[in-house]
Design a protein around this ligand. Structure first.
Ligand code: PLP
Length: 467
């Protein structure tokens, strides 16, 4: 049966079954009640729904398909691999060849010293692994009292229990409180446009957020702290605020000073989207762990990795100090082959440079929109990750009466009227619109996205009376 050959009756039966029986991730009852959306086909930078409508995938299927959909170089590599060796698990002393080849490739592109790897199935598991490995490392180093974990307000680190506890966005964990979180400490973010300390200029604030982080460490007995998990570019939930260089250098120094291991969660921000392979590269800071997933296989097969400084794995390689963690499918060899093909594709087509060029083009379009639209206050982000901040009053940040509604209006307008997929969020009372096009976006796709936003802003200004 062709993907578009369903009758209207069949389509409504499929949708009813889905809404009645399949619980979506981070579900939305309001949207489900209006009728779910079902996708049947992808093509380049577009996806098609079951009704045959074509949508511009401007969020790269939640920041995964950065080399575009239906990328035959990657698909062929997957098909070839599964025919040669379908699966054998990575337990005890067993490896599959693609995992070795992938590790050697990652070593060439990742920040200094991150030359050992633990493969998993998702971003959440990669972060869980880093948290476990940090703790296990301290135990092996004779510091078993180090168990506490610092995370930052505004950060998302995943869906399993420990990383839900380490997520600094209350919405994700409030239904599970008291969530398992012994020794969980929360540091302030470096969010200069919405500073916790009331500053609005990072050159004169004296890095209050960094100072508060050191005070948090001192107040909580530094010798009991195991690790600091942070997303060096916080994600779409909190509008991609870019931290000053001195903050990031300062965090590395603080961790070194107090013997705390630094975990960079680059699950969302890593792998070419920022204009470099990693956000860590922009800051020239090497963490002790770097976690990665999402775009690692261009979204085609689940895979995550926890990269470690060599000294950490070396510690586990002596005597009885083995690291006890594992999952059946972690580092599936077909997924590793997909990751190799993704790196090869990015390199062969110079996609990181292309992303930089596209980003400059998109920012020109956004600048024009900012001049034209009173509702559009400013942009934040890096490379191809964009957050547009909305305001109820031209030229300054004024929250909307019902935060979240205007972003949702714009999101819906883009989807229904413009057939462009974007996202909206509400962070600290501020409505934001976020998107992250694939590195394979064409200039024409970028124009379509800017025009969709232009029309959506015009409609929102009218609807919410913004002048
Ligand atoms: C920064 C960050 N960390 C962790 C995760 C969790 O990854 P996953 O959904 O693959 O478990 C995400 C997912 O969106 C993320 O953006």
């Amino acid at each position: 049966m062709g993907v578009f050959s369903y009758t209207a009756e069949e389509i409504s039966a499929i949708k009813k079954y889905a809404a009645d029986h399949i619980c979506p991730h981070y579900m939305s009852n309001a949207d489900l009640d209006e009728g779910p959306k079902v996708y049947v086909k992808s093509e380049g930078n577009y996806v098609y729904d079951i009704e045959g409508r074509r949508y511009l995938d401007s969020f790269a299927s939640i920041l995964t398909t950065i080399c575009g959909h239906n990328n035959m170089d990657i698909i062929d590599a997957i098909c070839e691999q599964i025919k040669v060796l379908d699966f054998f698990p990575n337990f005890g002393d067993h490896y599959c060849l693609p995992m070795v080849e992938l590790s050697q490739k990652l070593a060439k592109i990742s920040p200094k010293g991150l030359t050992s790897y633990f493969y998993v199935n998702s971003g959440s598991e990669a972060n869980e692994t880093a948290i476990k490995a940090a703790r296990a490392y301290h135990v092996e180093c004779g510091e078993p009292e180090r168990y506490k974990l610092i995370h930052r307000a505004g950060s998302y680190h995943g869906t399993t229990v420990a990383v839900t506890a380490a997520t600094g966005l209350p919405w994700f964990k409030e239904k599970y409180e008291p969530i398992w979180n012994p020794g969980m400490l929360q540091a302030p973010p470096a969010d200069c446009n919405h500073c916790d300390f009331g500053y609005n200029d990072s050159s004169t604030c004296g890095l209050a957020c960094l100072k508060a982080t050191e005070q948090l460490i001192i107040d909580n007995d530094p010798k009991t702290i195991s690790a600091f998990i942070m997303d060096p570019l916080p994600g779409s939930n909190s509008g991609y605020p870019v931290a000053p260089q001195a903050y990031m250098t300062g965090i590395r120094e603080l961790c070194d000073k107090y013997g705390i291991l630094l975990i960079f969660d680059e699950i969302q921000s890593g792998f070419g989207k920022s204009g470099e392979w990693f956000v860590a590269d922009h800051y020239n800071v090497s963490p002790d762990f770097l976690t990665l997933s999402k775009a690692l296989t261009n979204g085609y097969i689940p895979l995550g990795v926890c990269m470690m400084q060599q000294k950490i794995y070396d510690k586990f390689r002596t005597g009885k100090s083995e690291f006890r963690s594992g999952s059946t499918f972690g580092g599936h060899n077909v997924a590793c082959r997909a990751a190799i093909a993704t790196i090869d594709y990015i390199e062969k087509h110079d996609l990181i440079a292309r992303g930089r060029e596209l980003s400059a083009y998109i920012y020109k379009g956004l600048d024009k929109l900012m001049e034209k639209h009173p509702i559009f206050l400013r942009t934040q982000g890096m490379g191809m990750m964009y957050s547009l901040e909305l305001t109820a009053k031209k030229g300054e940040f004024v929250p909307f009466e019902k935060p979240g509604t205007v972003g949702a209006f714009i999101n819906r307008y883009c989807y229904e009227k413009e057939q462009a997929i974007i996202r909206n969020n509400c962070y600290r009372g501020c409505d934001i619109v976020v998107f992250c096009p694939a590195l394979t976006f064409t200039f024409e796709d970028a124009d379509k996205l800017i025009s969709a936003l232009d029309n959506a802003f015009t409609a929102a200004e009218k609807e919410f009376n913004v002048q």
